[in-house]
Design a protein around this ligand. Structure first.
Ligand code: SAH
Length: 220
């Protein structure tokens, strides 16, 4: 397994080189790299896909959903520039892999999954693997998680047609959010939102991506 993860990390670093003019990230942050090394992706994929767990692509996890491509997990995590005492909100728990990566780099992760059956699997997985700084609930992430807001960082792993207002409101001044924006099967762009200390937003397109759709968007 160590050899497989090393090959995957090499591929991710290579992809960083090709995308650096768009992402502004010249190389994989050593802390993100250590997290990718530490979290066993093979424990987050269905049994039938274990042989592909260290392949740099998305994989099906049931209910029409996917575990994201490792490069995408890496670059989204990297863009958040997490610090060890940060509190992070994730929308779209899915397999729980992205949450487990985040949990290595911050104090607490709150993660919301729309499909209750996936939330149950992820919760059991966090418990079994000992990720005790992750709290997961089933629900519509559109509303964020007001009880635990504001957040130092927010990561959305399903493509929304627009950035949900409650998530912007629940981002701390000085905080960062990454979110894919676009319609299903159409062009989607990974967007970085930075909120400054005066609550002013800087919103930037980073990279073309392909995510499953965000469910349950509300009219604003
Ligand atoms: N981060 C995941 C990727 C999961 S794919 C991983 O590491 O495996 C995106 C997930 O977002 C799907 O499981 C989907 O059910 C979920 N999702 C879609 N819309 C959502 C919403 N409004 N609230 C919460 N989760 C949502």
């Amino acid at each position: 397994m160590k050899k497989n993860i090393q090959l995957l990390l090499d591929e991710i670093e290579n992809e960083y080189k090709f995308t650096r003019s768009m992402t502004g990230k010249r190389s994989l942050d050593p802390k993100v790299k250590a997290a990718l090394f530490a979290v066993p992706r093979d424990k987050f994929v269905p049994k039938d896909y274990i042989d592909s767990a260290f392949y740099n692509g998305p994989l099906p996890i049931g209910h029409g959903q996917t575990i994201s491509q490792p490069y995408i997990v890496a670059i989204m995590t990297d863009l958040l520039e997490l610090e060890s005492d940060d509190v992070v909100l994730e929308i779209g728990t899915g397999s729980g892999y992205q949450a487990a990566i985040l949990s290595q780099l911050c104090k607490q992760v709150y993660t919301i999954e729309y499909v209750p059956a996936l939330a149950d699997i992820a919760k059991a997985r966090f418990e079994k693997l000992g990720y005790d700084n992750i709290e997961c609930k089933a629900g519509n992430g559109y509303d964020g998680w007001p009880e635990h807001a504001p957040f130092d960082a927010i990561i959305v792993t399903a493509a929304a047609t627009q950035i949900p207002r409650p998530l912007i409101e629940q981002l701390k001044p000085g905080g960062r959010m990454v979110i894919p924006v676009g319609r299903p099967h159409m062009h989607q762009e990974l967007v970085l939102v930075e909120k400054d200390e005066q609550n002013k937003l800087d919103i930037r397109d980073i990279l073309g991506v392909a995510f499953v759709p965000f469910q349950g968007e509300r009219d604003e």
